[in-house]
Every structure is written in structure tokens, then in C-alpha cells.
Write a protein that binds this ligand. Structure first.
Ligand code: ARG
Length: 458
């Protein structure tokens, strides 16, 4: 057991207590951030004359060598140390002697861990954003290629009105674009540096906190030292944003699973992204989509867990907060993995365009347009609704589509119908006449695709 705080104790820590308390098994994940923070800290201490330049140089050299050795695998992070902070400080002192013992001047593990966690979360936000962006590129490509691919749009999972595949995928584009906005928002709000808050009440050393903040790429130093060491809002905000990303992925997966089924046959998931059955030779299962849908629960769990952990904590730092790490790390890794796999699956999926179009044709998705035809000829909408309802009933009895009724049959129910009804309710007209911004009409969708392209180029 290598601890930083033996002085006032007369007894060794019980081994079970030590194990229960230690965080090295998981906080080693941010050794890089811990070292980065320490380098900025000693650079500031030297600038302020609290350490000599020689001491600073020795410490930085030592920290760099620890970083290199851990990265290359030469130096192993072991459970002999309580946490990553103890590990780095002990190794530093071994390497550079007494100067190493000065690293922790004007600092507490409370502001140190707050900093490490912030640096880690900030780095990961950037990586997650990259993954979401790659997904958006994949969706953009599908949209560009499918401006004229007709398919049924659904409400209540019942065929409603015809749309295009580009339009349907475009809905997800919007969701993931908002997700990126949420990530950027969290990043800008959390970008304040807690280092220098000390244990909770700052320090008596003349630290230059703004300088440390700048060195680490923060906008400014935090403004209240107690809040600095006990704030995990940004973790909760991130977990919430990650939960929303997973919710979006999960909805998308649900649709892909349906579309990939024998009943729909709208898509064919690539063999590389499907699995078979050990007993049923015919099976090709959408396991990846199902797993992404399943892992959503795990990420929601992290959010709920973190909210619950924080709810009863008095100011300032309390050890409960150590619980933030494992679940945040797990949620981040889960989400990054899920987005990457989903992107691969979406980019390789085959769309069965003829099945989509056939499905749009045989579900009365043009019934609203038939009613609109009557309205355009002076029939009040409520009457038009009733007339087309009777036509639909007739079609159901005969097992045909609205397009297949004869003009006589139309006229029997309403004399307003003329030959041009067929053109008015054709799939092409139904989709292409929907030209207001946000609608599926290809001309207006082209404008959206162009806006998306510009957005992705930023
Ligand atoms: N392992 C601790 C955590 O993750 C680091 C801070 C410890 N501070 C303390 N006073 N025990 O929160």
C-alpha cells in the first residue's frame, strides 16, 4: 500500500478497507490527463516563484518520462498505489528525488481529480463528436442517393403518407445534428479550470489560476473553490447527452430491425454486420442493431446512477464522488463503440427500393391527396374526408388501390372527380408536390441536403 497520508495514523489500513477505498483500478484511465495537469501546475508554480526553474524542469522531465513509460508499457500501473495521483507522485519522487515531493504544493487531490475528470470528459466530448460527425456523413450520402426513393411514411406504425428515403433518413440527420449541438454546449459551459481550488478553500500560496487555466486550454478559472471541487454537473450533462444519442440510435435500430424483417424487406443488412443462428440455418439476425438498442439501457443507468449519487452530497468534496468514474467511462466507451458500429452498419446496408415503393403504393398513402383534390375543386375538407373514406372502403372490399378504381366508380361517389384524379394521386405527385421547407419533395430536399453539406464542411 502506497499512500500519501500516513502521517497522523498509527495503524495500517485494513486490507479490505484499502481495496474498497482505492480507485487506481479505474482512474488509471486518465493518467495522461493527470500528468498534463501536473505539468501545468508546476509551470505556474515556477512562474510565481513558488518553485525554482530547476525544480520545475526536473519535475517536467520526470513527468514526461513517466508518461512515455506508461504509454509504451514499460511502466505498469499497479494496485500498490491508492489512486493515479499517488502513483504519479511516487514514481516522480523515485525518478527526480526531492523536487518530486514539491509537485503537490498548493494543490489537493480534490481539485486535482476535479481537473483530471474535466480534462478527460473534454477530450472525450471531442472524440464522441467526431464519431457523430462520421455518422452524419454516412447519412448524408444515403440522403443524396435517395431523393427519389419513395417509401411509406408511418404514424402509429400504420402507413400514412408517402415520403422518400432521403426524407426519412433526414429526420435522423436532424437528431444527430442536435446531439452535436448539445455536446458543444456542454463543452463550452464546462470549460473552466478548477485547479487552485485546493481541498475546498483555495490556498495561501500566490497561485496564478488564470495562467494555469490558459495553459490547459480553459476559458477561465472557476469562480468558487467549494463549487470547483464538488461540481459534477458536466458529468451529468454529458451522461444526459449520451443518453439522448443512445435513444436516437435505439429508435433507428428499431426501424432497421423492422425493415430488415421478412415482413418489410426494406433493407438488407450486410453479412459483415449480421449473425446466424446455431440451430436455424436460414437465419440472418440483426444482432448489432439489437445490441445497440440494448446498450441504451446501460447508458441511461449511468445517468440515473450519477444523479442519485450526487443528490445528497453536502459541500464540498465527499468520497461518494469517486463513483463518477467507472460509470462515466463505461458510458463513454459504450456510446463511442455503438456509434462506430452503427455507422458501419448503416453505410453498408442495402436498400430495397422497389419493396419500399411497392409498400407505399398499396397502403392508401395517397388518400389525403385524393381529399386535397376535392378541396381544390371546392369541396369542404370534412366532406372530402368522408368521400375518400368511402372510396377507401370500396377499395378494401375489392382488394385494389385508389389508383385502380375506374373513373365511373369515382364519379358514383362524387361527381367532382375527373380524369386528372389519377395524376393527382400518383406517388410522384404526392411526394413532389410537397415542396414546403422540411417536406419530402425532392426539390426542397435538395436544398436541405445542400445545407447539410455546408454544415458538415464547417
Ligand atoms: N480517488 C478520488 C476520487 O476519485 C480522488 C480524490 C480523493 N480525495 C480525497 N480527499 N480522498 O474522487
Amino acid at each position: 500500500m502506497a499512500q500519501l497520508w500516513g502521517g497522523r495514523f498509527t495503524k495500517e489500513t485494513d486490507q479490505l478497507v484499502y481495496n474498497f477505498n482505492a480507485s487506481i483500478s479505474f482512474d488509471q484511465k486518465f493518467y495522461e490527463q493527470d500528468i498534463r495537469g501536473s505539468k501545468a501546475h508546476v509551470t505556474m508554480l515556477a512562474k510565481q516563484g513558488i518553485l525554482t526553474m530547476e525544480e520545475k524542469d526536473a519535475i517536467i522531465k520526470g513527468l514526461d518520462s513517466i508518461w512515455e513509460d506508461v504509454k509504451s508499457g514499460k511502466l505498469e500501473i499497479t494496485s500498490e498505489y491508492e489512486d493515479i495521483h499517488s502513483f504519479v507522485e511516487a514514481n516522480l519522487t523515485q525518478r527526480v528525488g526531492d523536487a518530486g515531493k514539491k509537485l503537490h504544493t498548493g494543490r489537493s487531490r480534490n481539485d486535482q481529480v476535479a481537473l483530471d475528470m474535466k480534462l478527460y470528459v473534454r477530450d472525450e466530448i471531442d472524440e464522441i463528436d467526431e464519431e457523430v460527425k462520421k455518422l452524419l456523413f454516412a447519412l448524408q450520402k444515403i440522403m443524396e442517393e435517395n431523393l427519389y426513393t419513395y417509401m411509406p411514411g408511418f404514424t402509429h406504425l400504420q402507413k400514412a403518407q408517402p415520403v422518400t428515403l432521403a426524407h426519412h433518413i433526414g429526420a435522423y440527420f436532424e437528431m444527430f445534428r442536435r446531439d452535436r449541438g448539445r455536446l458543444a454546449d456542454i463543452r463550452s459551459r464546462m470549460n473552466t479550470c478548477p485547479l487552485g481550488a485546493g481541498a475546498l478553500a483555495g490556498t495561501t500560496y500566490p497561485l496564478d489560476r488564470e495562467y494555469t487555466a490558459k495553459l490547459l486550454g480553459f476559458d477561465e478559472a472557476t469562480r468558487n473553490s467549494m463549487d470547483s471541487v464538488s461540481d459534477r454537473d458536466y458529468v451529468i450533462e454529458l451522461l444526459s447527452a449520451l443518453s439522448t444519442i443512445m435513444m436516437h440510435l435505439s429508435r433507428f435500430c428499431e426501424e432497421i430491425i423492422l425493415w430488415n424483417s421478412n415482413e418489410y424487406r426494406f433493407v438488407e443488412i450486410d453479412d459483415a454486420y449480421s449473425t446466424g443462428s446455431s440451430i436455424m440455418p436460414q437465419k440472418k439476425n440483426p444482432d448489432i442493431a439489437e445490441l445497440v438498442r440494448g446498450k441504451t439501457g446501460r447508458v441511461y443507468g449511468a445517468l440515473m446512477s450519477m444523479l442519485t449519487t450526487m443528490k445528497g452530497i453536502p459541500l464540498a468534496y465527499n468520497k461518494d464522488m469517486q463513483e463518477d468514474k467507472e460509470l462515466t467511462f463505461d458510458a463513454i466507451d459504450t456510446v463511442k463503440g455503438c456509434i462506430a458500429l452503427f455507422t458501419g452498419m448503416a453505410a453498408t446496408m442495402q436498400f430495397r427500393k422497389d419493396n419500399m415503393e411497392a409498400s407505399a403504393k398499396n397502403g392508401f398513402t395517397n388518400a389525403t391527396d385524393a381529399a386535397d383534390y376535392l378541396v381544390n375543386h371546392g369541396v369542404p375538407f370534412r366532406d372530402a374526408h368522408g368521400i375518400v373514406g368511402r372510396l377507401v372502403l370500396l377499395c378494401i372490399e375489392k382488394g385494389i388501390a385508389l389508383d385502380d378504381l375506374s373513373l365511373e366508380e369515382y364519379k358514383e361517389i362524387s361527381p367532382v372527380f375527373e380524369e386528372d384524379i389519377y395524376d393527382a394521386i400518383s406517388m410522384k405527385t404526392c411526394v413532389e408536390k410537397r415542396m414546403t421547407i422540411g417536406a419530402p419533395g425532392p426539390d426542397v430536399m435538395k436544398q436541405v441536403v445542400e445545407l447539410n453539406r455546408k454544415y458538415l464542411e464547417q
